[in-house]
Ligand binder design. Structure first.
Ligand SMILES: Nc1nc2c(ncn2[C@@H]2O[C@H](COP(=O)(O)OP(=O)(O)OP(=O)(O)O)[C@@H](O)[C@H]2O)c(=O)[nH]1
Length: 267
């Protein structure tokens, strides 16, 4: 979202510890108490609170984009080592601009909060849900067997579609989402950018197909034999040179289906 808020300067000399204290203690809507037994204990709790806040989207309380990025980078690393199936879903509320235009920005914010709640209820504690952009959400689902991917995405789509959102006394709305998803490439160390770009492509296809639907890329064919896996995980050996100077390259051929993926042997 492009913000139209006027530029505000921060006057460092006017910032007080009380500003940080109020931010942390009122973050969840209620009042959180910080320990005041010793100054060190108080400051540590305050810093912990600020760190936690820096990872969250203030409107929905979900992980923010920066935190999500770190989560998927860790997940890519894990998948490259374990070969587990991990799914990335990108979800976008359909015709959200129309909701803002017809019912106002505050109602739009209530829709975002309600969608966040519904999605939170539909995933496992081990999954990470983030507000990825204005009206876009993202979920990473570690250890999600391939036959579950579509079921999970479809269940989330239906949950959103069937949950009425109360925006004022006596007035509620129903919204829909389009969902795109892709599995991480197993045994291959890819990048967060490539993974999200592939998911975004599927989301675009879901929007183009008429919205309120799920598009999942077929799981990538990154079959690696047992022998190749052992080579991927063994320490790198120096490549011997033959008498005639040519390299005796014994590296395995790894079958990679997706374009422009980089295969790096894992130490
Ligand atoms: N209320 C509210 N609106 C937001 C926020 N962030 C982004 N938006 C609005 O989200 C809308 C996104 O509109 P578009 O990108 O045109 O998408 P859309 O109308 O959902 O259309 P499709 O995605 O094609 O179905 C814009 O009107 C933004 O102003 C927010 O935090 N609160």
């Amino acid at each position: 979202m492009t913000s139209s808020a006027p530029h505000q300067s921060v006057f460092l000399r006017e910032l007080r510890l009380a500003t940080a204290h109020n931010l942390v203690t009122r973050a969840g809507g209620g009042e959180i108490r910080l320990p005041t037994d010793t100054p060190t204990q108080y400051l540590q709790a305050l810093i912990d609170g600020l760190c936690a806040l820096s990872l969250r989207d203030p409107l929905t309380g979900l992980a923010n984009r920066r935190h999500f990025r770190a989560v998927i980078e860790r997940e890519i690393d894990r998948v490259a080592r374990s070969g587990d199936a991990a799914l990335l879903l990108m979800l976008d509320i359909d015709h959200f601009k129309q909701i803002n235009d017809e019912h106002g920005h505050i109602a739009g914010d209530m829709v975002l909060q309600s969608v966040a709640r519904t999605l939170t209820q539909g995933i496992r504690p081990m999954d990470t849900l983030a507000r990825y952009g204005g009206e876009e959400f993202a979920i990473v689902l570690p250890v999600c067997p391939e036959h579950f991917g579509y079921l999970v995405a479809e269940r989330l789509r239906q949950a959103i579609e069937s949950t009425p959102i109360h925006i004022s006394p006596g007035q509620s709305l129903n919204v829909t989402v389009s969902i795109g998803g892709v599995y991480a490439l197993q045994w291959i160390r890819s990048t967060a950018q490539l993974w999200t770009e592939r998911a975004d492509r599927q989301l675009y296809l879901a929007k183009s197909a008429g919205r309120n639907c799920v598009r999942l890329e077929a799981p990538p064919d990154s079959t690696v034999s047992a022998e190749e896996k052992s080579l991927l995980f063994s320490p790198l050996q120096p490549v011997p040179f033959e008498e005639n100077g040519s390299e005796n390259n014994t590296a395995p051929d790894v079958n990679i289906d997706a374009a422009s993926q980089v295969v790096t042997p894992l130490r």
